[in-house]
Design a protein. Sequence first.
Length: 317
Amino acid sequence: MRSYLDFEKPVAELEAKVEELRALGENRDAVSISDDITRLENKASDALRDLYAKLTPWQKTLVARHPQRPHFIDYCSGLITEFTPLAGDRKFAEDEAIVGGFGRFRGQAVCVMGQEKGFNTETRIRHNFGMARPEGYRKAVRLMELADRFGLPVICFVDTAGAYPGIEAEERGQAEAIARSTEMQLSLGVPNVSVVIGEGGSGGAIAIATANKVLMLEHAIYSVISPEGAASILWRDSARAQDAATNMKITAQDLRRLGIIDGIVGEPMGGAHRDPKAAIASTGNAIEEALLDLGNMGPSELRDHRAEKFLNIGRKL
């Protein structure tokens, strides 16, 4: 069953009427109402198109967090064949907030990883809502070291509200683990591409998004802190999250203009959650194009390209 966001209520009402008419049409004695169904479908489609053409940053935040939006596991199963997951950081424990391993992307052997939020209560608890602990980032480092050793490109999918802020995570060196993962990405001698598929929150995101190419889905967000967190700090009022979202420039369109990201992956009309297969296919095409752009670079060129990319962000701003 499709879940609608608050601002989608006009579309929800139209689509509900369409379903009612379809149910009536299944009655053999009912008068043909196909024309009415078509008219309402077109009206709903136009309303959806108009609505998503002018989303506010806060509305994009809600779309990025949509519970039916495809997650890392969906992208992995849709784009990666022969996927073999690896577990554990070889230091403390396994952290299922970050899932990673090796497989083939359109025939090419790759290392792939990403944050997984989970789909229901059981999986969300198991994956800790996509908020990794230090061992998750140390696992990411272990995977990237293996990829670098065997000359395999690294593909990362970013979808997290941020790194886990619990006391035990801080005791085990959360900040150091994030820094090591970021450092590892900067030192890779193989191409790496990161895609923000939902939320890209704080250091939890940058730890696996320090890539040669950083892409974002059209309605994803990427920020140093959540809008609610920023509002609590700036105005002591989390209810002003909409103001924070607008001022923080967290949308793909703003970040592309500022040079923070390298490209935007278009989503199906109404967001990736309305047609996950199309969204996954478009993302795969964008990743393939990015890897082709980087394919002729040697290890030192890739490191220089990556370093220059992030240094240029500071220079431009």
